[in-house]
Design a protein around this ligand. Sequence first.
Ligand code: ZN
Length: 377
Amino acid sequence: MSGTARGSGVPSTPHRRFDPLRGRWVLVSAGRDRRPWSGESQAVSPAAVARHDPECGLCPGNLRAAAGLDRIRNPDYAGPYVFANDFPALRPLLPDERLEVRAGPGIPPGRAGGAEELLRAEPEAGVCRVLCFGPRHDRHLAAMGDGELAAVVDLWIGQAAELGRVWRWVQIFENRGAAMGASSPHPHGQVWASASLPDEPAAEDVRQRDYLSRHGRRLLVDYAGIERAAGERVVADNGEWLAVVPYWAVWPFETMLVPVRPVASLPELDGPLRVSLVGMLRTLLTAYDALFGVPFPYSMGWHGAPGPAGATVAAPAGAGHWQLHAHFYPPLLRSPTVRKFLVGYEMLAGAQRDITPEQAAAMLRAHVPAAGPDRVR
Ligand code: ZN
């Protein structure tokens, strides 16, 4: 490594960068994206999408796809619409079910270090909901007017507040596009809430807590300040929200959306921050769609302060280390038809990327609308 990777103009030397939020490394090998490619090229078919699809299980007034159950008809909803997932990965557990998991599937008692230690399971309770962003089958977040987008932001906040009073972790997320496994093109996200803290936020919790204890400041507030001053990885900065390709990004066009001042969770967003979030979301999603001229696939989700373990109160005490942020993980590499797979070295050794975060940020920045498209509807 040439030793100047922090600044611009180094991208050709293979090096690794540290992710202080998760505590792991990513290998950066710029230039590999120009290697010959004879692998998969996914067909792009930007088929015309109707306002209302009679076959869509999420459109207003339609029957939901729930095989084996009594089919439920969606109401004629006009704004965001939330319903319990018909095929939930998590659900509240009965006392008998907890005992059943704890008893384990035929694990014999044994000596220390044996099966009791190596074959561990514990009950996991939670809830899963589907969040329809709006009634229009053809209107993704990027195309929504201010009022519609604000309603989605309020939806996220409402779910985080309600479920955060009961569950340790509330994961709000969206899979956009078939490439990310979205089951329906109807604009929608999900929320999964659980009694335990999953691995990704658990790692972020440890790292942010450690940083605050050593420096008295929040890790991601410090990081946002560094990136705003450097500028080379910034996609957009509206003075309240920063969209940045993280220094340690794994996915080619991965971004993080973070408020520049301390905010621990979605319900803490005040009126002005909600308004400026609407504008920032549109800016970022417009840049994504313009980059390759296709509806840009991604998985995105919010990371806010976890609730206290085993407690049932909101606004957890001692969340001063945590900074609210959203991750956007798009799979595309260098065209609408070539996606990145985390395989081989990444599965067996560690994360690796081909274009540098600085290159990716410059490409996205070039597609940020000058003054932000005016889409008040
Ligand atoms: Zn995070």
